[in-house]
Design a protein around this ligand. Structure first.
Ligand SMILES: C[S@@+](CC[C@H](N)C(=O)[O-])C[C@H]1O[C@@H](n2cnc3c(N)ncnc32)[C@H](O)[C@@H]1O
Length: 236
């Protein structure tokens, strides 16, 4: 467990969307456990054109892109966090999109969607967002989605914990609070629970298929796994 410092700052999500500004400063387990792994998968598939959907503060595009990527696109619905991402330095300057219409259908080798799925509030939204992204992928493209593992929401991990009641595991769409922290700061966000069955249904309805599933460990010994990575391909 990361020890708390004496001066610990905390912010709560201001409403159902939008990230508290402190979010960007927190050293979270996905940086060490998820981002390098996803970068390796992008290298494995020799990704040239990439969209980071829900790119947040831009840490992934700024610090983890493999050298095979020649064109990178960033999109996030939250103008505040997108402004923070724009202010970063990038080895490969991404194109910041105001919407996804600027992208041609079937033009991307990969889309990353890291920590975003839990922000979708309804099943209809999940299916619609996934279907939109599927249309942007080449026939052999990949949507790589990282989510907090729905099976272990009652575990306290090194950089996040939730108040989810596992008795509601079979109630997809249940909202819960997740608190993300490091030694200096914490933020509480409102997330939505999608269990494995719900995600698998959404994937199929969006015209996608599961190509691979990965479960990523915590940065400290832990029960279960904090992160689930779904690698999705357009269905044949
Ligand atoms: C928990 S943050 C993760 C950010 C980044 N991918 C990362 O891993 O550091 C989730 C991000 O998804 C964005 N987001 C939520 N719903 C979205 C939507 N419908 N379209 C695009 N971005 C969305 C949020 O604004 C937020 O920046």
């Amino acid at each position: 467990m990361v020890p708390r410092s004496i001066v610990h700052r905390h912010q709560t999500m201001p409403n159902t969307s939008g990230l508290p500004p402190l979010y960007a400063s927190i050293r979270e387990s996905r940086h060490a456990s998820v981002f390098p792994f996803v970068a390796q998968r992008l290298a494995d598939i020799d990704c040239r054109r990439l969209l980071d959907f829900g790119g947040g503060d831009g840490v992934f595009l700024a610090g983890y892109l493999p050298s095979c990527v020649r064109e990178a696109y960033y999109y996030d619905i939250d103008a505040g966090i997108a402004a923070a991402a724009r202010a970063r330095q990038y080895a490969l300057q991404p194109r910041f999109l105001a919407g996804l219409d600027a992208l041609q259908p079937a033009s991307l080798d990969a889309i990353t969607m890291l920590g975003v799925w839990m922000h979708f509030r309804t099943e209809a939204q999940c299916i619609a967002e996934l279907a939109t992204l599927r249309r942007l992928l080449k026939a052999d493209g990949r949507l790589i989605a990282a989510v907090t593992h729905p099976c272990f929401r009652d575990e306290v991990f090194s950089t996040f914990k939730t108040d989810f009641d596992m008795q509601r595991y079979l109630a997809p769409g249940s909202e819960f609070d997740v608190t993300i922290f490091d030694a200096d700061a914490s933020v509480t966000l409102r997330d939505t629970h999608w269990n494995l069955e719900a995600m698998s249904k959404q994937i199929t309805r969006a015209g996608l298929a599961i190509a691979a599933i990965y479960e990523r460990p915590d940065i400290e010994p832990a029960r279960g796994a904090p992160w689930l990575i779904l690698e999705l391909a357009p269905a044949a």
